[in-house]
Design a protein around this ligand. Structure first.
Ligand SMILES: Cc1ncc(COP(=O)(O)O)c(C=O)c1O
Length: 435
């Protein structure tokens, strides 16, 4: 499967000589599996706040990055990491206040039922661990995911990541259900449809002698094409997987840490308390910190019989980074900023595109927005690619997603304020006019 918005090495003519040489060298040492973004790849050297700078000193408004969600190189995070790195950095088999204080603070953002958190380094590892715990707790193997989900890169989670394409085997214990669809399913039917599709997948799995252990869902459906609405539509499916003896894992790698503006966690928009919550990306603002929060009863037996050790996960530097990120989100009112600046962007994008028959839908929650490019009822990947690359050439970074590669993915750091939002909109106006 080709990646959306990937650089095509067959179209490298015209690139600046230094960048062309670096691309060739990169390919020589890293091999063929890596991809670069954009028709003209970016060669970045520095970042600050919502801005990135290339090797020629050119600035780019970053409207894509949810890793550095409190802004590139945020001084508070840099200071906290640097201080701890110069003091002590060890694994979690020694006593240290850092991991306990951070776990306490993080669990304080969640419903009381989620009483433990276990730390990892990446979202993939968090989902891998959640699957092991779900399978050990239920004594079952089956997992249900959405049609174009991405949950990570280990062998176990690539099996539940159909967005990697058919080359990556899914195996009989994994079943797919269609993601929501904003264009074809009326909002009020979204919840019932999603639960009905889940029932079909469970029945099909059982027909093959496999019992369902878990439903795992990215609560904003990022790789499926971004489906946040109507808030609450996930509940019937979650009730169903539990009634059938499985657990619900909310993958919050994309939607967590205030991204949606309405709530700190994406699952809270749906009025849910998951059995497990996996998280990562924005958690350390670029420092690798991730984890699984869960109901204590799920890990009781696993904890005794399998134990848990992660060399880097939850070390003092990781916890210092995580704590600094929580401080910044709170002190700088970033959830509220995501809500208001995101609402402004959504409303303005609606105005800019109104009357255009090649834009089928504008949707989103907080600072995670999608613009669906269409041609009649078909996906318009050409328009999406034009917009992504025009914006890149004009100093604004976004990307595209979805099965038809036609859905613009707009996901700036949470520190994007009104002035930068205006700048973004001006660039979008130019890109649309140039089509
Ligand atoms: C929803 C979701 N889950 C899990 C992952 C995997 O996280 P990581 O790349 O940190 O392993 C990603 C990464 O893009 C993701 O988007």
């Amino acid at each position: 499967m080709t990646m959306v918005n990937a650089f095509d090495p067959d179209h490298a003519a015209g690139l600046e000589a230094g960048d062309a040489a670096l691309i060739a060298h990169r390919r020589k040492v890293l091999g063929p599996a890596y991809r670069l973004f954009y028709e003209e790849p970016l060669h970045l050297v520095r970042g600050e706040g919502v801005w990135l700078y290339d090797n020629k000193g050119r600035s780019y408004l970053d409207a894509y990055n949810n890793v550095v969600s409190v802004g590139h190189c945020h001084p508070k995070v840099v200071e906290a990491v640097t201080r701890q790195l110069g003091t002590l950095n060890t694994h979690t088999r020694y006593l240290h206040e850092g991991v306990v204080a951070y776990a306490d603070r993080l669990l304080g953002t969640m419903p009381d039922a989620l009483g433990h958190v276990m730390f990892t380094c990446t979202g993939s590892e968090a989902n891998d661990l959640a699957l092991r715990i779900a399978r050990s707790f239920t004594g079952r193997q089956g997992v249900i995911v959405t049609g174009l989900a991405y949950h990570g890169l280990t062998e176990a989670v690539s099996e539940i990541s159909p967005s990697l394409g058919d080359f990556v085997p899914r195996g009989p214990r994994v079943r797919l259900i269609p993601a929501p669809n904003a264009l074809t399913v009326p909002p009020l039917e979204q919840g019932a449809k999603f639960a009905a599709d889940l029932a079909v997948a469970i029945a099909a799995m059982r027909a093959d002698g496999i019992e369902p252990a878990a439903l795992i869902v990215d609560t904003i459906f990022s790789s499926d094409g971004l489906y946040p609405d109507p808030a609450g539509f996930l509940k019937p499916a979650v009730d169903l997987i539990r009634a059938e003896g499985g657990v619900f894992i909310a993958d919050e790698v994309q939607s967590g840490f205030a991204r949606t503006g309405d709530a700190f966690w994406g699952f809270q928009r749906h009025g849910l308390v998951p059995d497990m919550v996996t998280m990562g990306k924005p958690m350390g603002n670029g420092f690798p910190v991730a984890g699984v929060a869960l109901r204590p009863e799920l890990v009781e037996e696993f904890g005794v019989r399998a134990r848990y050790f992660n060399t880097f996960g939850g070390n003092p530097v990781a916890c210092a980074a995580g704590m600094a990120v929580l401080d910044v989100i709170e002190e700088d009112g970033l959830q509220e900023n995501a809500r208001t600046t995101g609402a402004f962007l959504k409303q303005q994008l609606g105005e800019i595109t109104s009357g255009r028959d090649d834009i089928g839908d504008i949707r989103g929650a907080g600072l995670f927005l999608a613009v669906e490019c269409v041609e009649g009822s078909a996906a318009n990947a050409r328009l999406a690619s034009h917009l992504v690359n025009y914006l890149r050439r004009n100093g604004v970074l976004i990307s595209a997603t979805g099965p038809g590669a036609n859905i613009l993915k707009i996901r700036p750091p949470l520190v994007l304020r009104r002035a930068e939002a205006e700048r973004f909109l001006e660039a979008v106006r130019g890109a649309l006019a140039a089509h």
